[in-house]
Design a protein around this ligand. Structure first.
Ligand code: GRF
Length: 202
């Protein structure tokens, strides 16, 4: 059985989409565990309700050791690491050991509105202020940078006149929930081929 670890930091709506898609049979995999870098977040409640093992590796406690702590929790136990609203940066051994097997969902069409400080509503505020007509979300491989890894897939969302960050975020999240599960499915089925910055679905 293909096993994934899901890393979270907040509400966990992307995690919930994975849980729902496993229950529906769209995804043939098991969520081995959910790890949060912050205690008390709703994503942990979602995991517990679904009977999934949870851990809190508190970023305030582990600081620069956070990535190594997470690696110690999952090493040898999962095939893929999925960042689903996870806000800390993974670095060091975990990125090497899980090369091309850590993926992240970002709420914009990378390379727009990405990088340090670009998360949550800030991303949608920047898109609205820039005046883009189309935004969306990106699932990408995680490398040592912030939102810089090769792109697996993207989904687009039209920006409507009068959109607020909140109304835009809501529509983008709906696409994120589809995109992340589509990307996980490609991994489960062994259809991802990475060539430098390019990813091919074989
Ligand atoms: C989402 O917009 C995701 O793209 C970003 O964090 C936000 C929160 O997601 N990385 P979730 O509801 O916690 O899954």
């Amino acid at each position: 059985m293909y096993k994934i670890a899901v890393l979270v930091s907040g509400s966990g709506s992307n995690l919930q989409a994975l849980i729902d898609n496993i229950e529906s049979g769209f995804l043939n995999c098991k969520i081995q565990c959910v790890i949060s870098d912050k205690p008390g977040v709703f994503a942990l409640e979602r995991a517990k309700k679904a009977g999934i093992d949870t851990y809190v590796a508190d970023k305030k406690e582990y600081k620069d050791e956070l990535s190594d702590k997470i690696l110690s929790l999952i090493d040898g136990k999962v095939d893929l690491i999925v960042l689903a609203g996870y806000l800390s940066i993974l670095k060091g051994k975990i990125i090497e050991q899980f090369k091309n097997r850590v993926i992240n969902i970002h709420p914009s069409l990378i390379p727009s509105f990405m990088g340090n400080g670009m998360y949550g509503l800030k991303v949608h505020k920047a898109a609205i202020e820039y005046g883009v007509k189309v935004t969306g979300c990106t699932v990408h491989i995680v490398d040592e940078g912030t939102d810089t890894g090769p792109i697996i897939l993207q989904r687009t969302v039209t920006v409507l006149e009068g959109d607020s960050e909140e109304t835009l975020q809501k529509r983008v999240l709906e696409e994120e929930h589809k995109a992340l599960s589509e990307a996980v499915k490609l991994y489960i089925e062994g259809k991802i081929k990475v060539q430098g910055r390019k990813i091919f679905v074989i």
